[in-house]
Write a protein that binds this ligand. Structure first.
Ligand SMILES: Nc1nc2c(c(=O)[nH]1)N[C@@H](CN(C=O)c1ccc(C(=O)N[C@@H](CCC(=O)O)C(=O)O)cc1)CN2
Length: 296
């Protein structure tokens, strides 16, 4: 078996086309949605993700505002930058690029973001709304964390069902695993989820029971072909820089062994799978926030 490719670039293009249409409609009403970003430090991966986010905003007709601080910035300086973005009328919603440098309390920084301007869905109020919103029909509208929402969109566009299926998520982090478990178990989505982590005793045995596997741990090629049920859908989210090419470009490895393509029914490439969806769903969160801010 060769797995069908869950092409994140194609799926992200469809999301971005819809966002661009909605941005154009808002502009006709005099509203220009704006994304703000705050980058602290000089991690090359974070810098390249933030640069990509600004490129995306230009592509869909949005405005963007970029705040940068050195790796030596204090917690107070970071909180002051968050306050500037909270107060900036040109910023509809913004993100604080994670991870923050060692010694900075990430939760305090995320909590300082105005929940109405939270483009990442990571403010405790918005995560709480996700917890409460097990029934989307009665839920308060709130941004969803971008990678989990992107994974659901990628599966939906490729008609991979999750309702009634067993999804095994590897990784309990706040940007992917934990909110993904909440999203997948909402009414209407109706998956059964096993959320695994570094202390799960027999990871291979858990993964073998999965109809859908989401690997978000950052361990190169952790998920082996003999862990995967034939025909399962496998989403490769984690990424590790494992060196540099001769031309100086970073060499990346996903969490999924390439041999899994011979066993799985569907496989997201990495790069080119979930990463572009994370960026596209960020744009959707910003345009959602802009539409919420104007009368219907
Ligand atoms: N505030 C946040 N910080 C971080 C998040 C997040 O959702 N919010 N997620 C990740 C990083 N991330 C977005 O910020 C992100 C990761 C990967 C990609 C992406 O498009 N990757 C490309 C490959 C890019 C490369 O060559 O390095 C791909 O997969 O094709 C976009 C965004 C942690 N921090």
């Amino acid at each position: 078996m060769t797995a069908a490719r869950l092409d994140g670039l194609a799926a992200a293009a469809a999301v971005k086309a819809d966002v661009a249409r909605r941005v154009a409609a808002l502009r006709e009403r005099g509203v220009v949605p704006g994304l703000g970003t705050l980058l602290v430090g000089d991690d090359p991966a974070s810098r390249s993700y933030v640069t990509g986010k600004h490129r995306d905003t230009a592509e869909v007709g949005m405005h963007s505002v970029r705040e940068e601080l050195p790796a030596t910035a204090s917690q107070a300086e970071i909180l002051a930058a968050v306050d500037r973005l909270n107060a900036d009328p040109a910023v509809t919603a913004f993100i604080v690029q994670l991870p923050l440098p060692d010694g900075i309390d990430e939760n305090t920084v995320l909590e300082a973001v105005d929940p109405d301007k939270d483009a990442d869905g990571l403010h405790p109020t918005n995560l709480g709304r996700l917890v409460l919103g097990v029934d989307p029909a009665t839920a308060v509208p709130a941004p969803l964390p971008c990678t989990p929402a992107g994974i659901l969109e990628l599966l939906a566009q490729n008609e991979v069902p999750v309702a009634g299926k067993h999804v095994v998520v590897l990784g309990r982090g706040i940007t992917v695993g934990r909110p993904l478990g909440l999203l997948l178990t909402r009414k209407g989505t109706d998956a059964t989820v096993t959320l695994t982590h570094s202390r799960t005793p027999d990871l291979a045995a858990e993964v073998r029971r999965a109809d859908v596997v989401v690997a978000a741990v950052g361990v190169p090629h952790l998920v082996k072909p003999d862990w995967v049920k034939p025909g399962a859908a496998v989403l490769d989210v984690g990424v590790t820089r494992v060196g540099t090419t001769e031309s100086g470009k970073a060499k990346l490895a996903g969490d999924v062994d390439p041999g899994v393509a011979d066993v799985a029914g569907f496989l997201s490439p990495n790069p080119g799978g979930v990463g572009p969806m994370t960026r596209a769903l960020l744009l959707r969160n910003v345009v959602d926030a802009a539409e919420r801010s104007v009368p219907a």
